[in-house]
Every structure is written in C-alpha cells, then in structure tokens.
Design a binder for this molecule. Sequence first.
Ligand SMILES: [Fe+2]
Ligand SMILES: [Fe+2]
Length: 173
Amino acid sequence: MKTYICEICGDAYLGEGKPTSCPFCGARQAFIKEGKDAKPVVEVKEDLSELTKKNLQETLQLEIEANAIYLCMAGKTDSYEVMKMYKRLAKVELEHAVICTKILQIPMPEVKPELCSDAVLENFQKTLELEDHAATLYGQFAKEAIERHVKIMFTALNQVELDHITLIKNYLA
Ligand SMILES: [Fe+2]
Ligand SMILES: [Fe+2]
C-alpha cells in the first residue's frame, strides 16, 4: 500500500494504486500524485488578484449552496443508492468550498439549509442545471486566473462538475 496525495484538495489516499478520481474532491487521476511528488494547490500562500478573489468567493457560495441542496435531495428519494449518491455529492461540493477557503485564507462560512423538490426527477434536472452552470463558470474562471495554482484548481473543478453531469445522466438514461 502507498500514500497518494490529491494536488487539488491535498487529501491523502492510501491504496495499492491511484484511484480514477479523488474520493474527496473528485479531481481526476491526473491530479493525484505519489506522496513525495505532491504540491497541492491548497498549500500555495500567494497574494491573489481582485478578480480571482471575486471568482473564488462566487465559487465558495455556489458550492455551499450545492452542498445544502444535495443534502435536501438525499432525503427525497426512496432509493438507497440515490440517497447515498447525493450524500457523497454533497461532501464533494463541501470539499470544493473548503478548497476555496484555503486558497482565500478565510474561515468557512456558515452553511444554511436549502430547499429542493419532493420529486426525484425534478431534483435530477435541477442537479444537471446546477452542475452545468458550475462547469461553465469554472471553465471561464480557469481562463481568467492569472495565478497558476488557481488556474489548475478551476481546471480540475470544471472537470469534476462535468463528471457529475455524466453521473446524473446515467440515472436518466
Ligand atoms: Fe482531491
Ligand atoms: Fe463543486
């Protein structure tokens, strides 16, 4: 067994090989490094441009809301699998929020409960909308970032949200 470290969230994964994506933040395998080689973006303490600070704040808000919405959705299904899937999604989005607070070097804001539909299909559709919005936004933020570590972070998050779209579409197929 070896120690692998995610270059995005900085969490360690202990296993026989790299997972296909980070179990904590969802970053794809390319961002997971052998422990000795890892330089996670959350460890970079640099001054940030005003635009980057604004984009990270917007991301932080979106991720906190997504966490609360997905926890609501987890409670609206009779399927054990779908309930567990939404609980994991909620944790992944909360991890994204934590990444933002670490790069911004600010405390975690309070997470307030959010509402969601009682209908599972509506919740899947809403999830697709949220993930599509986030993916588009993070693609744009990656382009706008002048700081290398922030560009890497938004590139990774853009891919994670695209992977979430694939995940939900599999339930709708
Ligand atoms: Fe990660
Ligand atoms: Fe996210």
